[in-house]
Design a protein around this ligand. Structure first.
Ligand SMILES: [Zn+2]
Length: 295
């Protein structure tokens, strides 16, 4: 008998098959090696959507998720396999602000877990706290946790010296990624909050630089797409930045419309004066044009 969730999944798979048959989707994952030599370790948090955040496609990178992006034996297994069997050279620990694992308290665990679960995790019914902490591995500071996990990977035996292990922080409130090294050696979340104005400015400059790079014809090869029958003329451009090819469809907007002023607790939001330039915004990946972006 099917429940509603299973029914939804099976119907979703039928829809996928329909799209494949109609040529709208590819079953393209015949390769074992990822397009980019990357393994992500990130949290199970729903807001962390790597495909959106980095504009990746299925098959671009290996992804391992667990609660709190913690190094466990199973993560080590994935690291050794992807490094030695699938040529991964970059391991990225991607944590995020406001992580549930940073708010998890043992008292809450005692409240929500049935006694038989607690009993199965601890031989000490009067004082199961240490065993629960050992099992669930909560932490108090998201940035410090990312750094700890990065260190644990670096200390794994036998990893080749060419392997880059990086820590990144995702702010789900505004969609920005902060490279913990490039963002001025961030150490803790308090440190992040203290330096928030600078970080936002850095990100603003990064975005403006990116958009101007697109705008400069150095990396843009303009071409006009097919102009058949009654189809409106559509101009599209392609660009290549650091190995990532994207197509851009002309869509004018002003940087003024970009919202940098996302509230973060206890942080005063800096006023930003953005230059008024018109740009093309990046569209989707290798599957071609997304219909809703055609307009
Ligand atoms: Zn999380």
């Amino acid at each position: 008998m099917r429940n509603a969730v299973k029914d939804r999944l099976i119907k979703g798979n039928c829809l996928y098959q329909k799209k494949v048959m109609e040529g709208d989707k590819d079953i393209n994952l015949n390769e074992e090696v990822s397009k980019h030599p990357i393994l992500f370790l990130t949290c199970i948090e729903l807001r962390v959507d790597l495909f959106q955040i980095f504009q990746l496609d299925p098959g671009d990178a290996f992804i391992f998720r667990n609660a709190g992006n913690i190094i466990t034996n199973d993560v080590k297994r994935a690291i050794y396999l992807t490094v030695f069997k699938y040529d991964v050279e970059n391991i990225i620990v991607l944590g995020h602000l406001d992580c549930g694992m940073a708010r998890l308290r043992t008292k809450e665990l005692l409240d929500i877990l049935p006694p038989e679960v607690i009993g199965s995790l601890s031989d000490n019914p009067k004082y199961p706290f240490l065993d629960l902490i050992e099992f669930f591995k909560p932490f108090t500071d998201e940035i410090r946790n990312i750094k700890t996990q990065v260190q644990k990977i670096k200390m794994m035996r036998g990893l080749p010296s060419i392997i880059n292990v990086m820590g990144m922080l995702y702010d789900a409130k505004n969609g920005w990624i902060y490279d913990l090294e490039e963002s001025g050696e961030l150490e803790t979340v308090d440190h992040f909050k203290f330096r928030y104005k600078d970080l936002v400015k850095y990100k603003k400059d990064e975005l403006i630089g990116f958009l101007q790079t697109i705008q400069n014809n150095q990396v843009i090869e303009k071409f006009t797409s097919r102009n058949t029958s009654n189809d409106p003329v559509e101009e599209k451009t392609s660009f290549e930045i650091e190995g990532i090819s994207k197509e851009i469809f002309n869509k004018e907007f002003s940087l003024k419309n970009l919202n940098f002023s996302i509230e973060t607790p206890n942080i005063s939001i800096p006023k930003l004066y953005l230059p008024k330039i018109k740009v093309n915004i990046p569209s989707i990946g290798k599957y071609g044009m997304n219909k809703k972006e055609k307009q």
